[in-house]
Design a protein around this ligand. Structure first.
Ligand SMILES: [Zn+2]
Length: 201
């Protein structure tokens, strides 16, 4: 029973974090932006149907509008990932609350857990409000410091442990270590291989 509950909890946890990660890191192009807006909701909304190219997707009307919205979102995430305890937190949480436009719609009985769970709505149901709402939901489930920004590739990720990892993956860590090694190696060898091809005068 305990195992089942924790599995359910993990599943419940997953969506807001998944949503935040997707929109934090997606880099839309003029070709891909409609698909990128739908992101993790594509299957839920369209099933296997192709993405219509005449309708605004989640109210987003253009690639430029999406880029602007995501840039603002990333700026907030960046500030969040650098948040120090009791320093500037109130301004940022106020901004996020405002942008989310979250409001309680009703309570419903969860089909699996048979518990009352809140159903949320937003003021204008815009794409931007959806982003910040999932942000609020994500960080009501995990502590603030779980959001990290990789020092190598600058992507955002959720740390899986209370430690504060600097890298999103082992790959980024290894790549950085190799870069540092190469730089040091070059510095300690004044006549590196690149300068060995001298002419005989
Ligand atoms: Zn990385």
């Amino acid at each position: 029973m305990r195992k089942y509950t924790s599995r359910v909890q993990r599943r419940v946890l997953r969506l807001p974090l998944l949503v935040v990660s997707h929109y934090a890191n997606v880099r839309p192009t003029p070709q891909s932006w409609r698909k990128d807006v739908l992101g993790p909701f594509r299957r839920l909304i369209l099933g296997d149907a192709p993405i219509p190219d005449d309708l605004p997707v989640f109210g987003m009307r253009s690639f430029e509008q999406l880029e602007q919205t995501l840039a603002e979102f990333r700026e907030v995430l960046d500030r969040w990932s650098k948040l120090k305890p009791s320093h500037g937190a109130r301004d940022l949480t106020e901004l996020i609350s405002k942008r989310s436009g979250l409001r309680l719609k009703r309570y419903v009985i969860d089909r699996r857990t048979r518990r009352l769970v809140p159903q949320w709505d937003t003021e204008t149901q815009s794409f931007s409000e959806m982003l910040y709402s999932y942000f609020v939901l994500a960080f009501s489930q995990v502590p603030v410091q779980r959001l990290r920004r990789c020092v190598a590739c600058e992507c955002f990720f959720f740390a899986t442990s209370p430690q504060k990892p600097k890298y999103c993956t082992g790959r980024c860590q290894i790549r950085t270590a190799m870069k540092i090694y190469r730089l040091r190696h070059r510095r300690t060898m004044p006549d590196g291989p690149s300068t060995s091809k001298t002419t005989d005068g």
